[in-house]
Design a protein around this ligand. Sequence first.
Ligand code: MTE
Ligand code: MO
Length: 380
Amino acid sequence: FSWEIVQKEKHDMLHVLDFPYNGETRPEHLLGDGKVTQNRHHFVRNHGGVPDIDPDVFELEIGGLVKNPVKLSLRDLQDPSLFPQAEVTVTLQCSGTRRREQINVYPGDGDELINAPWGEGAIGTAVYRGVPLKKVLKRACGGVLPECKHLEFIGADTYFKKGEVYNYAVSAPWRKVRANEEVLLAWEMNGEPLPKLHGAPLRVVVTGYIGARSCKWVYRINALSEPSFGPVQRQEYLYYSQQIGKQNALVSNGFSIQAMPVSSAIMKPSDGQVIIHDGKINLQGWAYSGGGNWVERVEISPDGGHVWYAVPPENLTKKHYHAWRLWNYDVPVDAEGWLEFCVRTWDSSNNTEPTYVRSAWNWDLHVTSSCHRIKLYSVN
Ligand code: MTE
Ligand code: MO
């Protein structure tokens, strides 16, 4: 791993760890230009090193339960006469986003805690260009066999777990892949070639699922009858409810986390600020829901969750199946002193966020989805 890559591609991140390199978007950069996160500010989550792959010799190998196994060069994949291209705006969110709030309730003892105690910046939105995996499987491989239920993605990076070396390997269900633009093989991010830290030359983008399924540096795809046996798929990214107790937080008792639940965060002002105002305080942040749901409504409370104001629809960015909505609202405030502000989001399936983080606390501290709270000192 070389810091030169970080210096070249990234700018001013909140570093969680040096190795594997994990970087969180700074609050002031998260809201970007009102729609996408700039590449140099987009968060990075790695389990191992950062491969350096020559795009000219790169080949993607597809095998397993397909009619014809194939090898495709980047040039083949990018040839519009072979595969139709798609450009999709996608929010990628690490399932560890806002983990710090769960740590503050109780830290548990999972290794994820050491890996990534993320705040609100392990989320970002970009326009990815690539080809739908479904089209590649159909046109290049003649389709998948009837027994195929999952597509496994193998990345060129390796990492250590319990003394063994593994390639990063995860999977997504075939029923997800077969919906046209839901799973992409992407080589471009916000109009630029995919940066090395984000998986160059080719990555998978699984819309609406936790970031972990969007395999970077993908060089091999296998059609399987069951999910990938990679430890990242089978042993990590599992949800262990708080009720099962620590002694039972075993792989066999967890369930695999796929779609992200609805969640949101207040990014401006930051927690603990003193605000001098005349009756209104401007709050800004993000709201997102996975699984193909879009954000319908964002509500703000200036008193810890008793009174709620709906953010007017015109104060939210455009509705989108696969992306967040950024919001911006002048909250009416007449009280003075320390006040607790919180945000609550509703999605298109009428899901909303639990009131308190403890309601959704889980042993590996994933998918924090509860009303995000900050305290501000109001001077009216
Ligand atoms: N793919 C590979 N090959 N190796 C990884 O460590 N991390 C995953 C996913 N894909 C990872 C990977 C996780 S946990 C997340 S949240 C996303 O990549 C982050 O994508 P980004 O670094 O482009 O923001
Ligand atoms: Mo992640």
